[in-house]
Design a protein around this ligand. Sequence first.
Ligand code: NDP
Length: 831
Amino acid sequence: MKNVMDIFKTMEYGPAPESATPALAWIQERQPFGLFINNQWVKPSSGEYLESINPATGKLLAKIASASSADVDTAVAAARAAFETWGKTPGHVRARYLYAIARHIQKHSRLLAVLESLDNGKPIRETRDIDIPLVARHFYYHAGWAQLMSGELPGYEPLGVVGQIIPWNFPLLMLAWKIAPALAMGNTVVLKPARYTSLTALKFAEIMQEIDLPPGVVNIVTGEASQVGEALVRHPDVNKIAFTGSTEVGRSIRRATAGSGKKLSLELGGKSPFIVFDDADLDSVVEGVVDAIWFNQGQVCCAGSRLLVQEDIADQLITKLRARMEKLRIGEPLDKAVDIGAIVSPGQLKEIQRLVATGVEEGAHIWQPSWACPTEGYFFPPTLFTNVSPATTIAQVEIFGPVLVAMTFRTPAEAVALANNTRYGLAASVWSENINLALDIAPKIKAGTVWINCTNMFDASSGFGGYRESGFGREGGKEGLYEYVRPSWEMQKSVPPREFPVAIDTASSNGADGAHDGQGATGEGAGDEEKTEEFPISSNGYQSAFASLPPIDRTPKMFIKGKQVRPDSGYSRDVYGPHGQVVGQVGEGNRKDIRNAVEAAHAASGWATGTTFSKSQILYYIAENLSAREAEFARRIVQQTGRSLADATAEVQASISRLFSYAAWSDKYEGDVHRPPLRGVTLAMKEPIGVIGMAAPDDYPLLGFVSLIAPAIAMGNTVVAIPSEKAPLSATDFYQILETSDVPPGVVNIVTGERDTLTQVLAEHDDVDAMWYFGSAEGSKRVEFASAGNMKRTWVNYGHPRNWLDTVQGEGEEFLREATQVKNIWVPYGE
Ligand code: NDP
């Protein structure tokens, strides 16, 4: 036995075990666990149970119910029935329940922490000090949003029944991230925990009973992905799926829900950069790296798994890091002095081993501490790879284990390029004592969260979620609430479809009278062709001769990179008026034209970094130039649709007003500054999404088009727009407005042609970051399905009309939210 003097000399930790007894007793009293439906424990209809293993020992921990799709049906029916009341329950009442949940989480905090460590293998220090406190905080925070919903989200309603699927790496925390906002906004829930880690969710179910939550509001269904997960995803009575897990499964869920109208949020994988500049405080950096990649054994979606170090300090940092790694303690998760616990399952361990072996084969240098891992259970030592080239497997693939790959850079620009050299975009850390440099780098990194001189910080007030293949949607913050609501007008489905084109009676038509001056024309059924001006006859007869000349042909082209271009195909398509007569021709766009347009839109990415003031000025200028040609644009609408001139003029005027709205918003739809519980702030920046592909609706040829491009460019995106297929001439006229309004080349690109064919190319294009589609139900489905390739964000109408003239439906924050993504930049204060 060591005496105090020995310990003082060696500074070694002794064991500091947390007792497992209360948690094991809790399990023994209840297992085999049932399903939690309607606040009751029910047996799975299959009569089958799964084994939950303690990964630190490999031994059986508990038996949990293996539900079938029939059980999912029962749970969804319970949630649906509960929604009838819960969805109408006043916010204050919901707030009281959420508050009670938070309180009970705190009351049971140690039991929950121990259960989580036993089930998942993560150190008790993490479950006790990080996971469970964050769970309670999440419910407190959302109790507040339940209370404030009616005032802060006017015009929004809950979605209904929400299916939630969570992973094993933060079992209770992921449950909280899903359930708290769902309940706060008035939804009911069916949640599937991960197969390996269901125990804390089952304890949570008990808490639902303790607080007397109305039956059916929360249902917990354990079991296999192939049974429970897939049944939830495909269930016709589920209004939304919220998923956290692998990008591959996220992709399959995107495809499975395509066209169903289910709202979807996906929080997927990552390969997050940890960038260290040469002026960083290296001792802090070392502790940061420990948090970034050895927290939860590296099984963290936002783990800082790619260490990018400025070349001149690389050797020094690597030496310090190795010394620190040598001191990390791995072992029994319930030991309070342990840094690294067990890997969740033998399968996950094998996958880590496989990827590490690949790294060695690829020529990277591996380094591991001299000490050995426990032989019982599933452990893997902290591992550092150097001499890694950016294109190799270990630099690109999410390992989801305690494995760090290090690379070097010379300049800040190179650091950004390396950081963004990934298909993911979840998080990043930037380390520098130069705040100017750090704040310059943060917006350049494509990731939903950037930590400056810190890492793996979370708080309910600051939304979390990805860019690119890390998924879409946010959890936490006000932005996270919108994942669980929809505009009330959509629920009412009261928008009558607008017929197009309007057939008119030529016999009673009086032509386009009044159209030329744009004044006061109210006549129904204006003419389908522009009426020839009646020229007065002059004494020399010149004017009459002029009048008899054929009109000069005008050939609308496509608009790419600020230039009018002919279609690659060399074909044109006819545009018909209301009587089926040809009123013009536009280019028949194809795949090549779309590719050129996407390239141009990318090349114009500097638009994002320009000032909001200049964007607003340009939008006002567009409005000004459109206004100067109001009558001409109205006539064009009449010509294509056969609507009355008054109607068409109203559409042009609404378009001008819309441009004014987004000119106004462009310097007002700004970010927030959050005050999470730390000495510091998070800057919630609303960033553009990038290149947005859009297919405009048919029914308002000009207004529909303007209503989409204006919010997108106001927020700094660049656009490839497919105009109304039936009435594209308003959009092709519009490029003349763009040309005269100082819009930089490539910011708006217009490709005419068959809407759904061109949309398909855009939706499949890996360099398009979002796709907006306002067309048919079938087209919406195809967009959602195709978008799974690069997990682009989509916004589709499922064939439902929208009244574009209405300012609630046709403009506003919904559009701005679709045009932006929130990046949270964490900036701690102090020395
Ligand atoms: P999965 O994506 O397979 O699992 C996450 C959740 O989805 C689990 O509840 C799982 O159920 C469920 N699920 C799996 N397949 C389907 C499906 N087809 N339909 C509906 N639900 C489904 O992650 P894994 O656990 O297999 O981990 C694999 C890899 O995923 C990791 O190595 C890591 O790279 C990544 N990952 C990322 C996470 C993140 O936080 N972003 C979290 C976990 C993993 P079940 O548990 O029953 O299989």
